[in-house]
Write a protein that binds this ligand. Structure first.
Ligand SMILES: [Zn+2]
Length: 73
């Protein structure tokens, strides 16, 4: 798991939307999503709320499944 290159304050974990194909990377702190590239600090940024709207979902963490635990958990 990598440290967020955008906010420098949180871990980036792999996650998925239950029932949808594919996975994405998500920062625990700033909610930035990297859906089709590795995490970097270059815009444009995609936020969890915007990403989940593609699936008709609200931008809630309860709508996703984390596939990795934060270090130490
Ligand atoms: Zn972040």
């Amino acid at each position: 798991m990598i440290w967020c290159p955008r906010c420098d304050q949180g871990w980036v974990a792999r996650a998925r939307v239950p029932g949808e194909p594919g996975t994405f990377l998500l920062c625990h702190e700033c909610d930035t999503v990297w859906a089709d590239r590795e995490p970097d600090a270059d815009p444009p940024f995609l936020i969890l709320e915007q990403y989940l709207a593609r699936f008709g979902l609200d931008g809630l963490w309860s709508n996703i499944e984390l596939l990795e635990k934060k270090p130490g958990e």
